[in-house]
Ligand binder design. Structure first.
Ligand code: KG4
Ligand code: ZN
Length: 341
């Protein structure tokens, strides 16, 4: 008889303290997230020291809740998975130390997971037919990558941002137009009331690699536009700025992802990371994929932004592939995709 595999997963790389129980890599038994957004809002962005302290306070609580929601005991778990990079070092350390302590005390294997590989794996939760190979557009607060997912544990980055990540651009522009932190969801919402063609912001072409991205010029162009309006006494229509900026970002994301899929003959495209919950990006990718006969996959919004269920899914495939970490597992703030430490 095939035994089910249960993974307890822990995520604390940025400002979400999260724990989840995942069964057989595809079924989420529980997914508990304590978001620290309210705390960091005051400062207009994540304050690393405050994030670490809050993780220490909350991590046990989210794990207990995740176990109880899943109606499981530690003895039912096959492994403890934890994000060990990339992310804020102090924040990562809380999850890593916690996972090590639980795994050691319960006598369970410890599996370190790459945060971005977790974001990609979020696509497996609700798309039971999705299997590698496929192309994934990863768009989060810290990363913008086009990744060829060759297998559950094999990745090739074919495009990346040269400067700001897409989410970072959303957050900076949102701050500039007075929407506050985190900017992505706020721009997404207000953009629905604006005209995306009101202002034409630049789409950066990056030399050397057609799949690379650059968003810092776009951000500067928005800031210049706002300054010009102020100097000339022109009223700033925030909804139009948000819609036009968002259109410029998603236009580039969609065209690069589709160009890569076509040129590399990949007929499955997935999207992952916090910005993947953007409604216009999802609609635009779906329409573009329909036109080209490419199957489009995306996680529900709760699995796009940081969560532990995605770490449990990636952890399951790593566990199945034989990945085991020792008690010397450390946080690796700049861990590369596909890198094993
Ligand atoms: O993946 P994530 O939760 O954390 C990182 O790993 O970075 O992504 C957070 C980013 C933030 O920059 C946030 O503004 C952005 O995702 N975001 C969005 C939306 N929801 C979250 N950006 C655009 N539209 C959204 N609806
Ligand atoms: Zn993330």
């Amino acid at each position: 008889m095939n035994k089910d595999t249960y993974i307890l997963a822990i995520e604390s790389s940025c400002d979400e303290s999260a724990a989840a129980v995942v069964k057989n890599g595809r079924e989420v038994c529980s997914n508990v997230i304590f978001s620290q957004i309210e705390l960091h809002k005051l400062y207009g962005g994540v304050v690393p020291e405050i994030a670490s302290r809050k993780h220490i306070e909350k991590i046990n609580q989210v794990i207990v809740e995740a176990m109880s929601e899943a109606k499981c005991y530690l003895c039912d778990m096959d492994a403890i998975a934890v994000t060990y990079g990339p992310g804020l070092v102090g924040a990562l350390l809380v999850g890593v130390a916690e996972a090590k302590a639980i795994a050691y005390a319960a006598g369970k294997p410890l599996v370190g997971v790459h945060h971005i590989e977790g974001h990609i794996a979020a696509n497996y939760i609700e798309n039971l037919d999705l299997e590698p190979p496929f192309l994934c557009l990863v768009v989060s607060g810290g990363h913008t990558h086009l990744v060829k997912v060759l297998d559950y544990d094999k990745f090739e980055i074919i495009g990346r941002t040269r400067d700001d990540a897409a989410g970072e651009a959303f957050d900076k522009v949102a701050r500039a137009i007075g929407l506050g932190y985190p900017g992505g969801p706020k721009i997404d919402k207000i953009a629905k009331e604006g005209n995306k063609d009101a202002i034409v912001f630049p789409r950066a072409k990056v030399e050397g690699n057609p799949y690379d991205f650059s968003f810092s010029g776009l951000k500067s162009s928005v800031l210049n536009y706002l300054n010009q309006c102020e100097m000339k006494g022109i009223e700033i229509k925030r909804a139009d700025v948000a819609a036009s900026f968002q259109y410029a970002v998603i236009d580039v994301l969609i065209s690069h992802a589709l160009q890569a899929a076509k040129e590399l003959h990949i007929d499955k495209l997935a999207v992952a990371g916090g910005v993947a919950s953007n409604s216009s990006l999802r609609e635009g990718l779906q329409a573009a994929c329909n036109e080209c006969g490419i199957k489009f996959y995306y996680p529900s919004p709760v699995f796009c932004t940081d969560n532990a269920a995605m770490i449990g899914v990636a952890g399951y495939y790593a566990y199945r592939a034989g990945v085991r970490h020792g008690w010397d597992l450390n946080a690796v703030p700049n861990l590369k995709i596909g890198q094993r430490i």
